[in-house]
Design a protein around this ligand. Structure first.
Ligand SMILES: N[C@@H](CCC[C@H](N)C(=O)O)C(=O)O
Length: 276
């Protein structure tokens, strides 16, 4: 990869979806500036900008644009639902559209701005091959009852249904499950409970980022798991720490809808780029 060290720095945007926050770099023109080291430096909330994920916009000949995701620990992620909604919303504004297509590691996805201003993205079909994890919660020596469900949304998720989500010590249990050897690529970990008809409460430990206020792909995976367990229908509301997402598992994929926010636009200094 070559590095862009423009004399006036590198433009970026800060966005969030329900407090799941992102730095977004538009790399459709110019050299590729992103390396694992730059992602880690930028993700540092004290010495960088701080984010849960870094999203890089690239050109595509298959869709309106392509998106690539990095976690704050410098690892890559195959999917990020909230960043997909945020960047799609911004891109629809730039292109004067109210719907568009984009390419991620999952393939071509579609995004739409609804009449109420919320943005929906089709995250594609869930991957259910590993839906019953071969190891139950007990042998993992976890203080949790019930076996987890594994759902892929272009990235791995392991969902535990628990009686009281607020009582789970996510900071302790989350990293143990993320790094358990049964997940060779590590995993995102969700803790969920049914709180009403077709309504779920979910908290998350994200692979490569830790506790976040929302995880779009995790919310999709949790809704799929809840339906597979017979707890809900295919259309659910999910309350996460940062707000609420609407999930609709349709014939053509799992649609996720929620708010987006552009917080500010700025430039990374050449000195920061040179040091990272
Ligand atoms: N916050 C995201 C998920 C980000 C990627 C995840 N941490 C991974 O490593 O798979 C979302 O909104 O989906």
């Amino acid at each position: 990869m070559t590095r862009t060290l423009a004399p006036d720095g590198l433009p970026f945007m800060k966005m969030h979806g329900l407090g799941n926050d992102f730095v977004v770099i538009d790399a459709r023109e110019g050299d590729d500036p992103v390396t694992p080291a730059l992602a880690r430096a930028l993700g540092d909330r004290h010495r960088g900008v701080g984010f849960d994920q870094l999203a890089v916009i690239r050109p595509s000949d298959r869709a309106d644009f392509a998106l690539e995701f990095w976690n704050s620990d410098g690892s890559r992620a195959g999917a990020c639902g909230n960043a997909t909604r945020c960047v799609s919303d911004w891109m629809m504004g730039q292109l004067g559209l109210d719907r568009l297509s984009l390419v991620t590691e999952r393939g071509v996805l579609r995004a739409v701005r609804r009449g109420d201003g919320l943005v929906s993205v089709n995250m594609g079909a869930p991957i259910l091959e590993a839906a019953q994890i071969p190891v139950a919660a007990d042998p993992m020596h976890l203080p949790l009852e019930g076996d987890p469900v594994a759902v892929g949304m272009g990235n791995p998720h392991c969902i535990f249904f628990v009686p009281d989500v607020e009582a789970v010590d996510i900071e302790t249990i989350g990293p143990r499950i993320e790094h358990d050897p049964i997940f060779p690529e590590r995993t995102n970990v969700e803790f969920a409970a049914l709180t009403g008809p077709d309504r779920l409460r979910m908290r998350v430990w994200e692979r490569g980022a830790g506790i976040t206020l929302a995880c779009g792909s995790g919310t999709c995976a949790t809704a799929v798991a809840a339906h597979l367990k017979g707890l809900t229908g295919r259309h659910v509301l999910v309350d996460v720490d940062g707000g609420q997402l609407e999930i609709d598992w349709r014939e053509d994929g799992v649609w996720m809808t929620g708010p987006t926010a552009l917080v500010f636009e700025a430039r990374l200094s050449p000195a920061f780029l040179a040091a990272s």
